[in-house]
Design a protein around this ligand. Structure first.
Ligand code: F6P
Length: 377
């Protein structure tokens, strides 16, 4: 198993706070092990443009405090095409790159797996790849956390706390939409951290009418049980994966509430909506994301230098995994090297709501909804 001597790193897909920590650690660890580490700008798109940059210790000083990614990122749909990947492989070969670290989410890691697919490059040909999970959505399987999730959650909590102040002052109901693509993780966890009254997430599989009904009954229940004016405000966190646009949701809920509460709540119930959008993806990485980026990159770089390929560095408490799925990284007991193909297969199950984790997430929150005591976990 020949180890890699010339490693490139790219960040791909939606940027995530903590990506810079990974770039910095890969550079420093690679150099300390005698390997050269280069950066590729703008993900796979930059790779196709041959946009390589040097990463010297002097150039990366202090970057771990910065949000986003100093290498830039992009989505590159053409990478699904085999001939486009052939071009990418030719550029990597011309540059003498024998190891590639891909920092990104589901689509980006799928690209990495195809890029180093022995069926495509011919058995024995030398490109090695290791992935590092980075996506605020936390929708990758076989890792407890992906880079960026912790910062995004903290940003949501901070924003919701601010909204709660004004909601309380005006006795209002707020529906706050958060990013997460098809995954409700950010909505669910931030709802707990914020003490929200209801979380709406795609894994629950509700119809639009069900969602409207959930909101209406939550608003009525919260206002009926309120003992003080301050208790009358309602905070609802909606994942963007619940595909009803928030304004349409508000209009439907307004209409239902007018009909239902005309006599019971003569003051009327005012609803406002806030879409946090890309705010959630920016900002200085939390301490957790700096650690995660650094430690996963440490493990990924060491793996490439040792000649390991087709793995993803993963973050998990020191549990046991079947050896065919993953091995604990010798360099860090919280880090694992899991089979990249197994990660992507399990991620498909997670997103389809078929994995045990998906079922647990939906089930744990489903019980709270049924109790109408919304998220007083
Ligand atoms: O995957 C990260 C993410 O921020 C999702 O939460 C969101 O749906 C998507 O990217 C937005 O992508 P873009 O920045 O390309 O609009």
């Amino acid at each position: 198993m020949a180890g890699c001597k010339r490693i490139a790193i790219l960040t791909s897909g939606g940027d995530a706070p903590g990506m810079n920590a990974a770039i910095r650690a890969a550079t420093l660890v690679g150099r300390s092990l005698g390997a050269e580490v280069l950066g590729i700008e703008r993900g796979y798109r930059g790779l196709l443009d041959d946009a390589f940059v040097s990463l010297e210790p002097g150039e990366i000083a202090g970057i771990l405090r910065e949000g986003g990614t100093i290498l830039g990122s992009a989505r590159c749909k053409e990478f699904h095409i085999r001939t486009v990947r052939d071009q990418a492989r030719a550029i990597l070969a011309k540059r003498g790159i024998d190891g590639l670290i891909v920092v990104g989410g589901n689509g980006s890691l799928t690209g990495a797996l195809h890029l180093a697919d022995p069926m495509e490059i011919g058995t024995g040909a030398g490109l090695k790849v290791v992935g590092i999970p980075a996506s605020i959505d936390n929708d990758l399987a076989l890792t407890g956390l992906s880079i960026g999730v912790d910062t995004a959650m903290n940003t949501i909590v901070e924003a919701c706390d601010k909204i709660a102040d004004t909601a309380t002052a005006h006795d209002r109901t707020f529906i706050i939409e958060v990013m997460g693509r098809d995954c409700g993780y950010l909505a669910m966890t931030s709802a707990i951290a914020v003490g929200a009254d209801l979380a709406l997430f795609p894994e629950a599989g509700k119809t639009e009418a069900d969602v409207v009904e959930q909101i209406v009954s939550t608003v009525i229940a919260v206002r009926q049980r309120a003992k003080t004016r301050r208790g009358r405000r309602v905070i609802i966190i909606k994942a963007e994966g619940v595909s009803v646009p928030v304004e349409r949701l508000k209009a439907a809920v307004d209409e239902r509430l007018r009909a239902t509460t005309a006599n019971a709540d003569p003051a009327g119930i005012e609803i406002r909506v806030t879409v946090l959008g890309h705010v959630v993806r920016g900002g200085r990485p939390s301490a957790m994301d700096r650690l995660l980026g650094s430690r996963l990159a440490n493990v990924a770089t060491r793996a490439l230098v040792a000649g390991v390929s087709h793995k993803m560095a993963a973050w998990m408490p020191p549990v046991e995994l079947p050896p065919e799925v993953g091995q604990r990284a010798a360099a860090d007991p919280y880090c694992w090297l899991v089979d990249l193909k197994a990660v992507l297969e399990e991620t498909d199950h997670l997103l389809a709501g078929k994995s045990s984790l998906a079922r647990w997430r939906a089930g744990a929150f489903g019980q709270v909804e049924d109790a109408q005591d919304a998220l007083l976990l």
